[in-house]
Design a protein around this ligand. Structure first.
Ligand code: NIG
Ligand code: FE
Length: 389
């Protein structure tokens, strides 16, 4: 068992784990040491497989309609992501298809995508809105995200990403749109109980730090935690901003600088690395891994699954990319999708490591050692997951 508690893998050989009826871990250790008074109602023999915490994909855009393979082709011909966005493609293209799609169509597509992640050991997923950009469409996206856990053994955390792009109705008026988000969309969707966290896209082709700060202030008034797409294509000092609001995470971070790292370290903000987007955009600027390590900023890894910059549906592949492209150690990669991903969702007291008192959200693997999880691409070593008992 790799408990992922403490440093490294937290390995226990020939391990056993006791779970109560509330799906809480009550004990774990070497099977020879199982307390004598334990008299389990049900036993599951994993037959020498490895057990890890269930994997957590803490940054996805799983709800959308359409695809953007045409843009993939354009980028391969040398047109940049930012240029495609300025020409009305990019996020706007997915907004058009998502607005047209009804609840059932979106739910079908989302459950299909989520089931691929779950089949690779994922037991929790964060899902963002942000392809609706009007109240009804954003609500539909969040309702779809909430509905996913009724169809699959997975827990879903919903994030409101209304500040993803400027909708056409507000063309040339970002202030007006932020105002609309703060006075209408955000409070309404929060009142519907559809928002677990608030996110934005802080970038020259997204929103400025001043605009994002207005959003964060409103989120704070509503007691909602914040996170941010920051320093993906340029350094906008979004990481410092989100750290100032004690944000859960700053995500992407290729252009993060030293003050940003220090601010995140002081605030306990997780650095969520998204190597899938790095890979698909053919980015060459690496996130400052050495600096993040030096300042002990916890690093999570997520798929960032979306139809534009990261159409990847494999968290294991993203762990491999985290190691090969970003230079993470395999144990850092596994911590990035367990312990640190749980922290990025504000649930590290509940899951992310195997420890007494935490939930028994488990993944069971056909591997010889933990590094096998990141070693190969395209083999799925997941035997099964346990979620909700
Ligand atoms: O995380 N950067 C902004 N948001 C997404 C991309 C969304 C899209 O292109 O549709 C991301 O990379
Ligand atoms: Fe994203």
């Amino acid at each position: 068992m790799a408990t992922m508690a403490g440093s490294g893998y937290g390995t226990i050989e020939n391990a056993a784990l006791l779970v109560d009826l509330e799906n809480k871990i009550t004990w774990l250790g070497p099977d020879k040491a199982i307390p004598v008074e334990a008299d389990p109602e049900q036993e599951l023999d994993c037959h020498q497989r490895w057990i890890t915490p269930g994997l957590i994909d803490c940054h996805t855009h799983l709800v959308y309609a359409g695809n953007r393979s045409d843009e993939f082709e354009q980028r391969l011909q040398g047109i940049s992501y930012a240029d495609i966005a300025r020409r009305g493609g990019g996020i706007q293209s997915t907004v058009r298809s998502t607005r047209e799609a009804d609840f059932e169509m979106l739910l079908d597509a989302t459950v299909q995508r989520a089931s691929i992640l779950v089949g690779e050991g994922v037991t929790r997923i964060e899902i963002k809105s942000g392809y609706g950009l009007d109240l009804d469409s954003e609500r539909r996206m969040l309702q779809v995200a909430r509905a996913v856990s009724g169809h699959l053994p997975v827990k879903v955390h919903t994030t409101f990403l209304g500040a993803h792009a400027l909708p056409l109705e507000f063309s040339g008026d970002p202030d007006g749109y932020i105002e609309h988000i703060c006075t209408s969309m955000l409070p309404a969707l929060a009142a519907d109980g559809l928002i677990d966290a608030v996110d934005g896209f802080c970038e020259s082709i997204g929103f400025s730090t001043m605009e994002i700060e207005r959003l964060f202030r409103r989120a704070q008034q509503l007691n909602l935690p914040v996170k941010l797409h920051a320093e993906q294509l340029s350094n906008q000092h979004g990481a410092e901003l989100v750290a100032r609001y004690k944000g859960l995470s700053a995500d992407h971070l290729e252009y993060l600088d030293e003050p940003g790292i220090r601010a995140m370290a002081a605030a306990g903000t997780v650095a969520t690395l998204l190597p899938g987007a790095f890979y698909y955009l053919n980015e060459t600027r690496l996130p400052p891994i050495a600096g993040l390590r030096e300042h002990a900023v916890p690093m999570a890894i997520a798929t960032d699954h979306n139809p534009g910059t990261s159409p990847v549906l494999s968290l294991l592949t993203c762990m491999n990319m985290g190691c090969v492209l970003f230079g993470l150690r395999p144990d850092e990669a596994l911590a990035g999708v367990t312990r640190h991903a749980a922290k990025a969702l504000g649930v590290d007291h509940l899951c992310g490591t195997l420890q007494p008192g935490k939930l028994a959200e488990l993944a069971i693997w056909n591997i010889d050692q933990p590094v096998d999880l990141v070693y190969s691409i395209g083999q799925n070593p997941c035997d099964s997951t346990i979620q909700k008992g």
